[in-house]
Design a protein around this ligand. Structure first.
Ligand code: MF3
Ligand code: CO
Ligand code: CO
Length: 249
């Protein structure tokens, strides 16, 4: 069932979304070669302490052991922060974080390039980010999830990259993962329609090679089967009469 969010709910999500955006913005300067992915988790945990009532949404979610996810290079999503995973020069670092505030969730992700930037990494990041906005542009009452997925897939494939099939975006609100599923692929007009006063997390996971992924033996980390580079961007977006409202901007 799709649960409606009140105006008050959406304002709470916006408040948490601004904090999530600020956390990702602050990480831009923090992420550099030599730090560990655990350092990124600690940074976020300390950051959240300034915001009473806001907690890291992923910790303990379905048994997930950390406050956020950090996925490096061929890792696509759900990388578990580790002291032993040190960022190298030119690495692609995808950080995905969620905040729970007053029983409501927001979810957002950004991919950074640490140190020296290679041409392919730079293109992968810019195409992935642009594809997220191609998807967001399709958000309106009565559009379908297929409209969003098709816009993302078209942009990504037109630039020679692939979209992951195994993981998808999702409804979000009183739960982190709600209906509908929001795939990053599909055909216009297919799938569930979007309803007013609901929110979705749109999150293209893009690979430079094939879209197939494997989950590592830690039970979480998803990486490309062909070890090609991957990028991930995500925003939580409300569906309003005036169009998309990016709550994590
Ligand atoms: N943030 C992920 C998503 O975008 C979900 C993380 S679940 C966790 O949907 F358990 F890994 F935290
Ligand atoms: Co996320
Ligand atoms: Co998500």
């Amino acid at each position: 069932m799709i649960e409606n969010l009140t105006q008050e709910d959406l304002l709470c999500m916006r408040k948490a979304g601004k904090v999530a955006a600020l956390a990702l913005k602050s990480l831009r300067k923090f992420i550099k070669p030599g730090i560990s992915t655990k350092d990124i988790e600690v940074f976020f945990e300390n950051f959240l302490e300034s915001y009473p009532g806001m907690v890291a949404a992923f910790k303990g979610y379905k048994g997930y052991p950390a406050a956020l996810c950090v996925s490096v290079n061929e890792e696509v999503i759900h990388g578990i922060p580790s002291l032993f995973k040190v960022i190298g020069d030119g690495d692609l670092v995808s950080v995905d974080l969620g905040i729970k505030y007053k029983g409501l969730f927001v979810d957002t992700a950004h991919t950074y390039i640490a140190g020296r930037v290679s041409a392919v990494a730079k293109k992968l990041v810019s195409v992935s980010l642009k594809s997220l906005f191609c998807g967001i542009k399709r958000v309106r009452i009565g559009a379908t999830v297929g409209d969003i997925g098709s816009a993302i897939q078209t942009h990504v494939e037109n630039h020679g990259f692939s979209v992951v099939r195994k993981f998808v975006g999702h409804g979000i609100g009183r739960g982190l993962h709600c209906v509908p599923e929001v795939p990053n692929f599909g055909r216009p007009g297919d799938g569930m329609p979007l309803f007013e006063n609901t929110a979705i997390a749109i999150e293209p996971m893009v690979t430079a090679g094939h879209y197939d992924v494997d989950v590592l033996s830690d039970g979480w980390t998803a990486k490309t089967k062909d070890n090609s580079l991957s990028a991930h961007f995500e925003h939580t977006v409300a569906i309003t009469r005036k169009g998309p409202w990016i709550l994590t901007a």
